[in-house]
Design a protein around this ligand. Structure first.
Ligand SMILES: [Zn+2]
Length: 393
């Protein structure tokens, strides 16, 4: 081997450590670049996050707005802006959210999915601001975008808010897929229409709509309550009784709501005592039903005070509770020694006050409590979540 050839071999070998060193430096430079990038997240971002954790959403929004103002208009900045818009809306600053989202939409870079998401946010801003027509328009336009499903859900909420049950039925039927059948909701929408028809003295139409409700959800007790009312209004008392009894097979907890109508239908057929016997039978079989008051009142009409008191006393003894004790104090106040009557009145008033606070209907979903029963929870907007009988809270 000549000296020149030897050099050709030796030079690369001698340079090996240099190559290693260059690689090591290159790696160091990359790491530094990454760290530098990480450090480029503005301090305001962390301040905003911290304020959010501390539930100071106003401060968080101000910090986030400062961060956005200092950044270039790129995709990440626009994403941050969407978050800021949500924060504004959550804080009730709907005007600020609207301006922000409109500005984002005016950017020529906001296209495709990003544009659909921003429009969806703007629709929610309008809805929160009470501009429901504009919100509806946006959600309707989004039905053919990537946000279609979410937009349809928002539309369904709007139709329920507006009590536009026909549109709600149509949309909920279109939304049905897989496990999400919307059967409770659709049946209730039909019931809402049926109830309106009943109030407006159109019992035949109410009946037809209640049957539609049952076709969608055969467990819909409200449909049978409406059928009973509609049949009663048309003088078909046996049909009214049958509709009330059908509730027992669907869900006996709702029988308390049918009690008055059931008794009235029996009474109209000249069988008031049989009607009362059915109610007493229900109360004995299902002690949780809220039936004491109606049984006492009807028994008073048929059998007089002593027998009514005896019947209701037996029922309360079977399952003593606050409402029952209140009823019993009322029942027995008449036969109390006049000297102690004032005390009895006082005790009854105290129990009554306590009952007002502690015996209520309650939403099983969000625990909203009320003295009135709601088919549609005003707090969480769920259907059929209220306990059908008042309970001790
Ligand atoms: Zn609720």
């Amino acid at each position: 081997m000549e000296a020149n050839e030897l050099w050709l071999w030796l030079v690369p070998v001698a340079l090996l450590p240099v190559f290693f060193a260059m690689g090591w430096f290159a790696a160091r430079v990359d790491m530094k670049a990454v760290l530098k990038q990480a450090k480029s997240i503005p301090g305001g971002f962390y301040t905003a996050l911290d304020a959010l954790v501390d539930k100071h959403s106003g401060r968080a929004a101000d910090n986030l707005a400062e961060v956005i103002a200092a950044r270039a208009d790129d995709a990440e900045t626009r994403r941050l802006s969407l978050t800021l818009g949500k924060l504004y809306r959550q804080r009730g600053q709907n005007d600020k959210a609207i301006v922000l989202h409109q500005k984002l939409l005016s950017s020529p870079d906001t296209v495709g999915l990003e544009q659909a998401q921003t429009r969806f946010e703007l629709g929610q801003d309008y809805q929160a601001a009470g501009l429901v027509d504009r919100a509806e328009q946006i959600f309707l336009e989004l039905q053919h975008s990537e946000m279609a499903s979410a937009a349809q859900q928002m539309l369904l909420n709007i139709y329920q808010q507006d009590r536009d049950w026909e549109k709600a039925i149509e949309l909920a039927q279109a939304l049905r897929h897989g496990d999400q059948s919307y059967q409770f909701e659709i049946a209730q929408f039909y019931c809402e229409r049926a109830q309106t028809a009943l109030f407006q003295s159109r019992p035949e139409e109410a009946e037809a709509l209640a049957r539609e409700a049952l076709a969608v959800n055969r467990k819909c007790t409200r449909a049978n309550l409406i059928l009973a009312d509609a049949a009663y209004k048309q003088g078909r008392y046996q049909d009214a009784i049958d509709a009330c009894h059908a509730i027992e097979k669907q869900n006996h907890e709702y029988l308390g709501m049918a009690a008055e109508r059931l008794y009235d239908a029996y009474d109209a057929l000249g069988r008031a005592e049989a009607g009362l016997a059915v109610l007493v039978g229900y109360a004995k079989t299902f002690p949780d039903l809220d039936l004491h008051n109606v049984i006492y009142e009807k028994s008073l009409l048929i059998n007089g005070e002593a027998q009514a008191a005896q019947t209701v006393t037996e029922l309360v003894r079977q399952k003593p509770d606050l409402a029952g004790v209140y009823r019993l104090l009322g029942v027995h106040i008449g036969d109390t020694d006049p000297a102690r009557r004032a005390d009895m009145d006082m005790m009854r008033a105290v129990v009554g006050r306590q009952m007002q606070k502690a015996v209520m209907y309650r939403c099983r979903h969000c625990h909203f409590k009320s003295q009135a029963y709601f088919w549609h929870c005003p707090a969480c907007n769920k259907w059929e979540t209220f306990t059908p009988n008042r309970i001790e809270i």
